[in-house]
Write a protein that binds this ligand. Structure first.
Ligand code: GRG
Length: 331
């Protein structure tokens, strides 16, 4: 296996700059493939996709393609496929959670209602499958079929855990590896299949995606207690509101005084929100957020180790930088 020397990269450089032109092509595919004769489908799909989004999963697919020297045009269609699947999950998730704010604006369910959100999510999801069968070899189709199934399982697991104050760190990790990290994993694995990489290299790509996806969700959960609603484009304290015990609360319950720990437990179990501000304060004061960020950091380092097994070039350097940057993200 090829091994990377430690990278001393320019700390101000943007790892996504390398694929900026390619992302324009992906945006072209996204806009072409939103075509439909049903106006409501187009309205909802354009509303959510037009709101932006970081396009991280397509970026991952393009960066790994670059690192492995795969230049086939299928990569643009498949980058759009992972973004469509991601967007379908967001539409469904906002209905399930009754969320009101996403990407800095009212959620699609707020604007168009729950039925339109669910059904347009189904449209994007099935359009993604139409697109993938046009261009992808069976190995890629199998990865995406497995991925979407695992994402759905992760969401059901999370639903089963709602209002349970005894969720362990392991149970939490199982949920996030399924609901979030699995699509990152697929985005990094797909180019290795397209590039006919050997089994070990394919595995390292998958590990990179899984680790960066896990780090990403852990930071997302920290930001729910620590971020700025304006910068994130979504509300603070949503997880507690929904009865979800995420890593910051698991750690805070362990580190807090018995009285504060009980406050968190009661709030998760009953859904009482009057003490939300106090709970956010406890989470911050106990050092639970620092501990949470350390978990994300260790996942990011696992991603870096995996990226060091890729050929040494600017794309794999960018993958390393991306993993390190995501830990410090604010939105
Ligand atoms: C349709 C296959 C399918 C499943 C439905 C509802 C559901 C099952 C899955 C939801 C999974 C989910 C929303 C996980 C959270 C992932 C996450 C951290 C989303 C935010 O990602 P960002 O920050 O979003 O990349 P942007 O807005 O930048 O695109």
């Amino acid at each position: 296996m090829n091994s990377h020397p430690p990278t001393i990269s320019d700390p101000t450089s943007n790892p996504l700059a390398l694929i900026a032109q390619e992302m324009v092509q992906v945006d072209g595919v996204i806009s072409d493939r939103l075509s439909t004769g049903v106006p409501l489908v187009a309205d909802v799909a354009k509303y959510i996709i037009g709101a932006g989004g970081k396009r991280l999963r397509p970026a991952l697919l393009l960066l790994v393609s670059g690192a492995l020297g795969f230049r086939g045009s299928e990569r643009f269609a498949l980058a759009a496929v992972v973004e469509f699947i991601h967007t379908a999950t967001l539409l469904h998730d906002d209905v399930v959670d009754d969320s009101t704010l996403r990407r800095g604006r009212a959620t699609a369910n707020q604007v168009f209602g729950n039925p339109a959100s669910v059904l347009v999510g189904d449209f994007l999801y099935s359009r993604a499958f139409q697109m993938m069968v046009e261009v992808a070899p069976p190995g890629v189709i199998s990865v995406l079929a497995e991925t979407t199934n695992v994402i759905a399982e992760g969401e059901v697991l999370q639903l089963m855990n709602v209002r349970d104050a005894n969720i362990t760190e392991e149970a939490y990790l199982r949920v996030i590896r399924s609901k979030t990290a699995k699509l990152f994993e697929a985005s990094a694995r797909i180019p290795s299949i397209l590039a006919n990489a050997d089994v070990q290299l394919e595995e390292q790509c998958a590990v990179y995606g899984q680790a960066i996806g896990t780090a990403f969700q852990v930071i997302d959960d920290a930001l729910d207690y620590d971020g700025s609603s304006e910068v994130m484009g979504k509300n603070l304290g949503d997880d507690l509101r929904e009865g979800k015990l995420t890593l910051p609360l698991i750690f805070a319950m362990r580190l807090a005084t018995p009285a504060h720990s009980k406050l968190i437990k009661d709030s998760i179990e009953t859904g009482a929100l009057e003490r939300l501000t106090d709970i956010i304060e406890v989470v911050r004061a106990t050092g639970a957020l620092r501990k949470t960020r350390l978990v994300a950091q260790s996942e990011a380092l696992r991603a870096v180790e995996a990226a060091r097994c890729l050929p040494v070039n600017p794309y794999s350097d960018a993958l390393i930088k991306l993993a390190l940057d995501l830990v410090g993200r604010q939105n």
